[in-house]
Every structure is written in structure tokens, then in C-alpha cells.
Design a binder for this molecule. Sequence first.
Ligand code: AMP
Length: 186
Amino acid sequence: MRVVLLGAPGSGKGTQACLLATALGVPAISTGEMLRQAVLAGNDLGRRVEGVMAAGQLVDDGLMAEVVRERLAQADASSGFVLDGYPRTLAQSATLDRILAQGQAALDHVVMLEVEEQLLVARARGRGRSDDREDVVRARLTVYAEKTRPLVDHYAARGALVRVDGNRTIPEVTRAIVAALGLEAA
Ligand code: AMP
């Protein structure tokens, strides 16, 4: 099963991606986590993305396409994945479709985690990451509203979108996602 999780920073995407991936027996693929690892490793990719990430802005679509293409080509992703943090722009969603089509595959579901703004800010602030400073959290929310939010309508128009209320506890949200995907009753 190939699933994309959409949601604002602080919506619980990362947590739910891991839980859902475990339930499905597929890898959770977080582009944010991959980039943070690259920054920690101090490699070429890390040096290229560090400043952009620290400012809460988006890494260039072309560079992200390379990162995702390479990751999805790995054996563990061949039978499915839960993508967390990609796509984040309409151009990235077109790239993802192309990458999957090359392997005769397509997305099965796109899950939108809907969380109220107040809760998003509180959650994003509480994580203690370097991009969790108040001004950077605000920048990330603005970037989300401008660049990523349009993906919700895009996938809804395709009939691929499932909306889940994310203003609840972690296990409640996991159960709601699992039920929405028709995997088992909530
Ligand atoms: P995340 O952990 O998903 O919130 O990602 C952390 C940061 O990594 C983002 O604020 C971006 O700077 C960068 N990033 C992660 N995924 C993407 C993506 N798909 N496109 C552009 N930038 C990304």
C-alpha cells in the first residue's frame, strides 16, 4: 500500500506515519528526517539544505525529486510506503506520480490530518527542534498554507483524499486513519 500523509507542521504527521507504516508492514519515509540526517552527517546534501531548513522554507523541488527518487528505488519501498513530508508542492506531486508510474505503481491513499491552528503552534513549539523557534514555526505554517495546502484540493479532486480529525490523542488518530483506509474498524 502506498500512502501519503498530508498535514501542517505540528499536525502529528511524523508520529502517525511511523505508527501506520508499522501497522501496514511498509517503511515510513520522512523527507524531513532524511534531510536532518544529511545535515547531521555534514554531507553534500546536508550542506545544500541546512540554511533553507533553518529558515523554515522549502528545499528546491529538483533536489527533493532526486532525494525521493533514490529512496523509493530502494528494495524496502517496492511493496509500499507511508510518505511523510513529500509531496509539499503541486510540482512535487507531479514528480511523485511520474516516479511511481515508471514502476507501474500509483498512490492508493492520501490522508489529510486536520488540526486546529492553535494546537499546531503549541505542538510545533514543544518539540525542541532547531526549526521550532517561534518565528520559524510561523514561517513553516505560512509556507504550508501557500505551497502545500493546494495539494489538499488537488488530491480531493482526484478522489484520493481521506480527511482525518487530528485534534485527538495519538491512538485515537491512528485508529481513525486505519478505519478510514478500510483496514479495520475503529
Ligand atoms: P518536516 O520534518 O517534514 O517538517 O521537514 C523539515 C524541513 O525539511 C522543512 O521545513 C523543509 O525545509 C525541508 N523539507 C522536508 N521535506 C520537504 C519537501 N518535500 N520539499 C521541500 N522541503 C522539504
